[in-house]
Design a binder for this molecule. Structure first.
Ligand code: DI6
Ligand code: FE
Length: 401
């Protein structure tokens, strides 16, 4: 099926810049982009169908490259506690925090987890998301991590979105391993990861490197096993303190290091050298009322690719809109709307190892795009949420709903 999409302006996001083509046309053949350029230069040819986009601005489909969409329960009670002055770390130390979501997630059936995650994922899709990464990490046992990863696979099968699964078994210490972090890491490395990878449930491996989670030495053990299994790694690093997890991630050619508020310039240099993407999570920064800003200047100076994601999770970023994160990236982190859009398209694709096939509108790439009824691309970072008028095309097919 060959389709001509025309009467639109395109921000192709090639090379991570708007790369605008006014009065553009896009030719797709099945799920791929065959041609994109000014309509006046459209090559002669026959089309099975021609679609008028009525002057819309077309961008690549948005990519949310860091979410924890699958979990049981929620933590709005802890939100109230934090508003009364109790810290995130205090709540975690008292058995709340991640541990409380682990209890609720373990207690939920696969169908219950699927139903609640589906609702949240639909919110992201209504915002123009066509690819999403979803992490496990609220199960923390082989059986319950498997349950979450199976739900993640099922979400990708039943909804019009490309889903990448990440195993985050090293998210927190499960209660049965209290005071035995090394033993839990050993269990992850010898039992969980090999089994889950063999079942085809894992596309990448992540860990939480933090004083209240896992040490760089423990993370390195997990990375070594991931490498043996042929799986790419990523890391939650420098969110609450500086342990140089981002440099460790760079040493293992991680796809991304995420959060990064407390990273140093040396970390940025290491990430630039390994091509590791910096994934910034303004929703978590905002929701925790963090004051330490990620080092934007160092990231820009060393040309580290910057992605933006929702971090959708019940504890630190109950964010159901990736476009809202664009706004926060601009207002809180002083990114430009162009940088922010690159952060949810091309650089987000790279953070998922999909940069060759997704994230920009170029011939040969997958035809995932959104035609927005807006005046300028900056509108995407300007409006605070809301359901903007749009058409969503995924794999060359209109999936607007
Ligand atoms: N960092 C975060 O912000 C989330 N996980 C992580 O490693 C928080 C998860 C939670 O509080 O439930
Ligand atoms: Fe996270």
């Amino acid at each position: 099926m060959k389709t001509l999409w025309q009467h639109c302006n395109v921000a192709t996001m090639a090379n991570g810049a708007y790369s605008i083509i006014e009065d553009a046309a896009i030719v797709t053949r099945d799920e791929y982009i065959e041609w994109v350029g000014p309509r006046l230069h459209l090559p002669q040819g026959e089309y099975d169908q021609s679609v008028c986009l009525e002057g819309a601005w077309v961008t690549p489909g948005l990519i949310d490259c860091h979410t924890h969409t699958v979990f049981g329960g929620n933590r709005s009670g802890e939100f109230e506690q934090r508003l009364q002055g109790v810290s995130y770390a205090d709540i975690a130390a008292a058995g709340g925090g991640i541990a409380s979501t682990v209890r609720a997630t373990r207690a939920a059936s696969e169908d219950e987890l699927f139903a609640s995650a589906r609702q949240r994922l639909l919110c992201l899709l209504r915002d123009g998301v066509t690819s999403v990464e979803i992490k496990s990490g609220y199960g923390l046992s082989l059986e319950s991590e498997r349950k979450i990863l199976r739900v993640i696979r099922r979400l990708g099968e039943e909804l019009p979105v490309t889903v990448r699964s990440t195993c985050l078994a090293a998210h927190a210490l499960p209660p049965e391993y209290k005071d035995r972090a090394d033993d839990y890491v050993e269990h992850i490395c010898t039992e969980m990861l090999p089994a889950l990878a063999a079942e085809g449930l894992v596309d990448a491996v992540d860990a939480f490197c933090e004083y209240l989670a896992f040490s760089p030495q423990q993370v390195e053990r997990v990375f070594q096993v991931a490498q043996q299994l042929g799986l790419p790694v990523k890391l939650h690093a420098e969110q609450l303190s500086s342990l140089h997890g981002s440099s460790l991630a760079a040493r293992y050619q991680a796809l991304s290091a995420d959060h990064l508020e407390f990273m140093t310039e040396e970390d940025a240099i290491a990430m630039a050298q390994s091509g590791t993407v910096a994934v910034l999570l303004p929703g978590a920064f905002y929701f925790l009322r963090e004051t330490q800003l990620p080092p934007m200047e160092a990231l820009r100076k060393h040309k580290v690719k910057i992605a933006i994601a929702s971090d959708l999770n019940p504890g630190t970023s109950p964010g159901l809109s990736l476009r809202l994160m664009l706004n926060m990236a601009c207002t809180l982190f002083r990114m430009t709307p162009e940088e922010a859009l690159a952060g949810v398209t091309l650089h987000a694709a790279t953070a998922l190892g999909m940069g060759e096939t997704h994230g920009s509108l170029e011939p040969g790439k997958v035809a995932d795009f959104v035609a927005w009824n807006i005046d300028r691309p900056a509108d995407l970072a300007y409006w605070l949420g809301g359901d903007l008028d749009k058409r969503v095309v995924r794999n060359g097919v209109d999936v607007t709903f």
